[in-house]
Design a protein around this ligand. Sequence first.
Ligand SMILES: Cc1cc2nc3c(=O)[nH]c(=O)nc-3n(C[C@H](O)[C@H](O)[C@H](O)COP(=O)(O)OP(=O)(O)OC[C@H]3O[C@@H](n4cnc5c(N)ncnc54)[C@H](O)[C@@H]3O)c2cc1C
Length: 375
Amino acid sequence: MLRIDNLSYWEKSTYLENIDFLIIGSGIVGLTTAIFLKKKNKNYKVLVIDRGYLPTGASTKNAGFTCFGSPTELFDDLQNMNELTVWDTFSNRYMGLNTLFELVQKDKIAYRECKSWDIISSKKNNDITKDFIEYINQKAYEITGVKEIYHEDKLITSKFGFEGINTSYCNKLEGAIHTGKMIQELYKKAILNDVNVLFGMNAEKLDHSAQENVIETQFGEIKAKNTIIATNGFAKKWIKDDILPARAQVIITNEIPDLKINGTFHYEKGYYYFRNVGNRLLLGGGRNLDFKGETTEEFGSSEQIRLKLLELLKNVILPKHTYEIQDSWSGIMGVGKSKSPIIKKINNNTAIGVRMGGMGVAIGAQVGKKLADLF
Ligand SMILES: Cc1cc2nc3c(=O)[nH]c(=O)nc-3n(C[C@H](O)[C@H](O)[C@H](O)COP(=O)(O)OP(=O)(O)OC[C@H]3O[C@@H](n4cnc5c(N)ncnc54)[C@H](O)[C@@H]3O)c2cc1C
C-alpha cells in the first residue's frame, strides 16, 4: 500500500498540500458543496475524498425521482408534523431541484418531466378528499407559482394496466432523471472547476485544532484548513445527532417491449415507488416491512422485502406482462425523526451536511449550497 508520505513531490503538491476544504463523501451533497465553494472563491483548494471506487452510499443507487411532495405523503406529514414544517420541507425540495438544474443541464441527466402518480389501492382507505387536493394546490401554488399541480386521475388502471388500484393523484411537475448521469455530470463540473476528487480513500478519524484539521485515512494523514462531512447514512461516526442509516432495496426488470407504464409512481404512502426506465420497470421500497433490520450500514438484500417487491410487480404493477429481474441492489440513506437535513458547523473549521432521507436528489444541491455558505 502506497502511503501518502511516500508520494512524489508532484503528487503531494497537486492533491494533498495546502488544502482549504477537504470534503468527505462524493455523493450529491459532497460534490455540490465542492462546486459551490469554488463558485464563492475560485482560488480555494478543494479536495473531495470517498472511501469507494464509486460514491458508495445513495447518490448513484437511488430511483431518480425528482419528487417534492405526493398527496398521501403530505397528508401523512400534516398528521404528524406542524403545517409550517411540512410546507417548508416541500419548498426546500422544490428549490433544491431548481438548484440542481442550475448546475447540470437537464438533457445531460436524461431528465423527463414525466409526472408522478400517487396510486391508491382498492383494499385501503383513501384519506384524500377533493378539499384536501384544493388545499395542497393552493399551498403549492404559493411556493411554486404554478396552478393546479395536483389532480385526481381515475383512469390510471386503464392507462397503465395496473390491478387492484382504485384511483390516483397526479403531480404534473414531478419527473425522473438518470441518477448515474447526474453524479457523472456533477463530477465533471467539479473537475472543470479545479476540484480534486480521490476515490478509495476512507476518512477514519478527524483531529481538530483551531487552525486546521488532520484527517486520518488508511494511507496516512491529510491536513486541511476546513473539513466538510457529507457522508449521510454513515454520519453516526461523526456526530451524536438524530441520524441513522436506512437501507433501501431496488429491483429492475429486463426490457419489456410492450410496456405502457410511463412516469413515476408512489404506492402506500411512498413506502413503495416505481417508474419506467425506457421500457424496463424499476421498483423499490418495502423498508416498512422491517424497519429494525433495515437500519443498517450494510449493503445487501432481505428475502422478505425482495419477495414483497416481486409480489407487487406480479399482482399490481405488471399483471399482464412476462419479464425477468435483470438487477437488484441497495443503497444506504441517512434518516431521523425529523425530515429536515442537519446542516451545521461542528466547530470553527468543520461542518456537516447529512440526513437527506429519501429526498436527496431533490434537496442535495441546496444542502451543498448551504454548506458552502457556512464558510
Ligand atoms: C434505493 C434508494 C432510492 C432513492 N430514491 C430517491 C429518489 O427517487 N429521489 C430522491 O430525491 N432521493 C432518493 N433517495 C435518496 C437519495 O439518494 C439520497 O438522499 C442522496 O443520494 C444522499 O446524498 P448524499 O450525498 O448526502 O449521500 P451519499 O450519496 O450516500 O454519499 C455519501 C458518501 O460518503 C462516502 N463515505 C461515507 N463514509 C465515508 C468515510 N469515512 N470516508 C470517505 N467517504 C465516506 C460514501 O462512500 C458515499 O459515497 C433514494 C435512496 C436510495 C438508497
